[in-house]
Design a protein around this ligand. Structure first.
Ligand SMILES: O=P(O)(O)OC[C@H]1O[C@H](O[C@H]2O[C@H](CO)[C@@H](O)[C@H](O)[C@H]2O)[C@H](O)[C@@H](O)[C@@H]1O
Length: 316
């Protein structure tokens, strides 16, 4: 992105004064929503970014990357973010963290502000419903995590592979009555891919599928397990370790034994509370490192866009 235009040009094109543009850039009050929108439109159209030296003079760090997580309370995303931070610090970048709550509109707003602030790069935890139109202008300075999108760099997890590892492990123990607690297929990765892998494995191995769908919460595991127990399952695979914690809690509360609970993610809390459960190390730390490394390489011009998949492995 080049700074061919100055703040005076943006003021002229928007039909406002220079101080108004400055207030919009600094996200200050005293600007009507219509004026703010007009100025932002011109900034967007012209790909304008205030000079870094101006930012530095205002006391901002000159190298900033933004990390847009979906949920600040997600254990899996926290693991990935923690792995990224040291890499950004080492290269002199100050990371800032924003939250999307799976809202495409919120991502759009965040990116607008980041554009105004001339942020150097973005790691975005992707999800269903994000518009390529919003993201493509960022393609050289953005890496998407946990989802892929054509034309963007991405780091994904092996969703189907994780389910297959668990199914193979259970089958090797001669456990054939296996239930699955998944999430909505609207969620392409944790939802659709993991549930489909379960169903496909059942079909290939002559197993009867027992599938229920809930949300990415402890409560879902707790509430949905009783339905599966009616089918006399010997084991249950949960689409995430968070769901598995809820399922284990139900078994503990009802003093039910003989049902093996498996999760995906290798969350230390699952192993601490319920060491008898099993899980797949999906590689959140490795994913975070890979995303940060790729973004840094894109920013210094040493890498082209890449799509990476982190391999999972059974957690011991
Ligand atoms: O309970 P958590 O530790 O939060 O793990 C649940 C899943 O979180 C992640 O998937 C969800 O967020 C992704 C963005 O980070 C999004 O792409 C996906 O659709 C959501 O389901 C993580 O990627 C999964 O591995 C976790 O199982």
């Amino acid at each position: 992105m080049q700074n061919r235009l100055t703040i005076n040009d943006i003021a002229r094109l928007s039909g406002v004064g220079k101080s108004t543009v400055s207030r919009v850039l600094n996200n200050e009050g005293n600007v009507s929503p219509q004026t703010r929108e007009r100025v932002l439109q011109v900034i967007e159209q012209e790909h304008f970014s205030p000079s870094k030296s101006a930012r530095a003079m205002r006391g901002f760090s000159d190298k900033i990357v933004a990390i847009i997580v979906s949920r600040l309370d997600s254990p899996s995303e926290n693991q990935a973010v923690r792995a990224m931070l040291p890499l950004f610090y080492q290269q002199g970048y100050d990371p800032i963290v924003l939250e999307s709550q799976f809202s495409a509109e919120r991502v759009k707003e965040h990116l607008q502000v980041l554009r105004q602030r001339n942020i150097d790069g973005v790691v975005l935890f992707g999800f269903t419903g994000l518009s390529p139109q919003i993201l493509m202008p960022w393609k050289d300075k953005l890496v998407m995590l946990a989802r892929e999108m054509p034309g963007l760099s991405s780091v994904c997890y092996d969703d189907a592979g994780a389910v297959q590892l668990l199914m193979q492990k259970l089958l090797a123990q001669n456990i054939r009555s296996i239930g699955f607690i998944g999430v909505s297929p609207h969620d392409t990765t944790t939802g659709q891919k993991r549930s489909q892998a379960y169903q496909a494995f059942c079909e290939e191995n002559g197993l009867t599928p027992h599938l229920v769908l809930g949300e990415l919460t402890y409560q879902s595991g707790f509430d949905l397990l009783p339905q599966l127990l009616e089918s006399r399952i010997e084991a249950v695979i949960c689409a995430s370790d968070t769901i598995a914690i809820g399922a284990q809690k139900y078994l503990q509360q009802q003093q039910i034994t003989g049902v093996q609970v498996c999760g995906i993610g290798n969350n230390p809390l699952l192993h601490f509370l319920f060491p008898e459960s099993c899980s797949v190390e999906l590689g959140y730390g490795a994913g975070g490192e890979a995303a940060a490394t790729q973004l840094l390489a894109q920013l210094d011009g040493s890498a082209t866009l890449k799509q990476l998949i982190v391999p999972g492995k059974l957690a011991v």
